[in-house]
Every structure is written in C-alpha cells, then in structure tokens.
Design a binder for this molecule. Structure first.
Ligand SMILES: *Cc1c(COP(=O)(O)O)cnc(C)c1O
Length: 309
C-alpha cells in the first residue's frame, strides 16, 4: 500500500489567509480563512481530515477495501474514491437512490474513474445502513471490508478534524465551519480553548439532531457544548438547495477575493458570517477564523444542472 498519509501531509498545515472587505473594516472585525480546500484537488478539505485515521485503521487491520455510504453528489464519496486510489486500496460506494445514472452525474462518474465500485440501493434500504443484517448482506456480497459511516462521521473522523485547529498557532476568538454530520465541529470542539467560541452553520434544513450528535461525537462531555453554537438560519431551503441571493454571494465572493466557494457548505457559511457581522453579532475587535472545508468538486455538477432549462 502506498503511503497516502505522507503524500497528503505535504500540504499541511494548510495556509490561513486574511479577507479584506469594507464591511469588516467598518465593524472592526478581522476575518481569516483556513484553506483546507488546498489539501488535495480530489481529496479536499474536511473529507481528508475525516478519512485520514479511517484509512490508517483499515491498513492496521490489513483490510485493503473501504466501503462507505453517500448520496449522488456526495463530497465524501468523491474523496473516498480518490483517496483509496492514491492509497492503492479498493473502494465500494453504497449510493442512495436506485434510479441514478452515473454517466449523468460528474461526482459518481469521477468516483468510478477512480476505481470505486458503485452499488445503488433504494432510499428505504439506505436508511438501514447502520443495521447489522444490512451490513452482513454487504459482507456476503463484497467480502471483507473496512466500513466508514456516511460522511466519515466516526471517532477516527473526529480525531482527524481536531488537527484542523491543532495546526493553528495564532489566537482566534471565533471559529466557524459548515456542518453536515457535525463531525468536523465535534473534532474542533474537542481541542477548542476555553476562551474560544465555535459556530456551526448547518447545510441541512433539519438541524435539530446536530447538537446531540456533536455532543456524542465529541465524546459526550457536556461542558464542551457551552462554547459551541449552531446557527440554523443559513440553509437556504435545505441540503444542496440554493437561491439567487446565495449564488450571487458565492460568485461575488470568488471575484472579490479570488477564492472559490461551494454553495452546499462553504458559501452558506460565509453568507452567514457576513450576515452576522452586519447584524453586529460579533463584538468589535473579534478575530474570526472560517474553515474552508473544500467541496469544490460539487460545483461542476450543480452548475451543469443549473444550465439545464
Ligand atoms: C462534508 C462537508 C461538510 C460537512 O462536514 P461534517 O463533518 O459532516 O459536518 C462541510 N463542508 C464541506 C465542503 C463538506 O464537503
């Protein structure tokens, strides 16, 4: 097996860049972005953070196949396929939705090119993905594998995400990240300093589960949650939904700051941060660090869909 860890560690620590904008100067807020999107073109952002110790664990157990789960536009599926290819491992993706045509979907097409074996299951069966007998039937079909949960959200994933903040030597008052499963927030929460605040911006409409889930993933320490807040107002209609306002923001941001965002996660988070600044949510003098969690592979797919009549 090739040493993917050494390969991708070369791009760590990821750089931190300051963002300049009239609103920030006016309100006395300093905004910085940690560029985890630069980790690797295909294994980008928090997806590598979450896969890192999962792949190491599979290798430790001498398992050369990773099986994981995701939707058709999943950054996690794309990243797992690419990472396994780089590591010289096999990958199996259990994809939600039977009706999908992978030729029509750039994420799945690319995953397949990276050697991933795609297995489509009904939404009903997909919901059973954590049940023992479903897992057993997958084992019957595919043989031995190391299974990674949807979004890489397990203890190994959380451990990798703690490194995002461990790499940061400067002090920031507020750390921001988008959330899906909450694993990234949970990892950073586990190493947050007492005088820091962590804000999570859910990409999903139904984010009620997140606080409990983050709490569980972070190891169940109650007092940790005191420094964490979920900001549910910036989902723009739900997962992968968008509005003209969000698209305009994302496009303007890319033009003004020469920094591409995806609008499933990072676009919504940055929209939220600017909105909160406008509403004086942060005290003057606050230093904010936003994590660019990557996910730019998804833009190809969405922009293609948008062009359709
Ligand atoms: C998957 C993903 C997230 C969500 O991370 P969680 O750890 O599941 O909360 C955030 N941003 C991007 C770009 C992602 O691809």
């Amino acid at each position: 097996m090739q040493d993917i860890q050494t390969l991708l560690n070369r791009s760590l620590p990821t750089p931190v860049e300051q963002i300049y904008a009239p609103l920030l100067a006016e309100r006395g807020i300093q905004l910085f972005i940690k560029r985890d999107d630069l980790i690797h073109p295909e294994v980008s952002g928090n997806k590598w953070r979450k896969l890192k110790y999962n792949l190491a664990e599979a290798q430790r157990l001498h398992l050369d196949t990773i099986l994981t789960f995701g939707g058709a536009w999943s950054n996690h599926i794309a990243a797992t396929a690419a990472a396994c290819r780089l590591a010289g491992m096999k990958s199996i993706g259990i994809i939600r939705g039977e009706e999908l045509d992978e030729e029509d979907n750039p994420t799945l097409r690319k995953a397949k090119e990276n050697g991933m074996c795609l297995e489509f299951v009904s939404r009903e069966n997909y919901r059973r993905k954590n049940e023992t007998d479903f897992m057993w039937s997958l084992q019957q079909r595919f043989g031995e594998f190391y299974s990674v949960p949807e979004g890489g959200a397990n203890a190994h994933g959380v451990k990798g995400c703690a490194e995002i903040l461990n790499e940061v030597k400067e002090h920031y008052d507020v750390i921001c990240a988008p959330c899906g499963t909450g694993a990234t927030i949970a990892g950073m929460l586990s190493v947050l300093k007492p005088n820091q605040m962590l804000l999570g911006f859910p990409a999903l409409k139904n984010a009620a589960f997140l606080e409990n889930e983050i709490h569980r993933l972070a190891g169940g320490k109650k007092e940790l949650m005191n420094n964490c807040r979920i900001m549910p107002g910036y989902h723009f209609g739900g997962y992968a939904r968008h509005t003209p306002e969000l698209l305009r923001f994302t496009k303007d941001f890319a033009e003004h700051h020469r920094l591409e965002l995806d609008f499933v996660y990072t676009g919504k988070m940055l929209f939220g941060i600017f909105d909160l600044i406008r509403k004086d949510f942060f005290r003057q003098g606050t230093k904010v660090l936003a994590i660019h969690t990557g996910g730019l592979q998804g833009n190809t797919g969405i922009f293609k869909t948008l062009r359709k009549p």
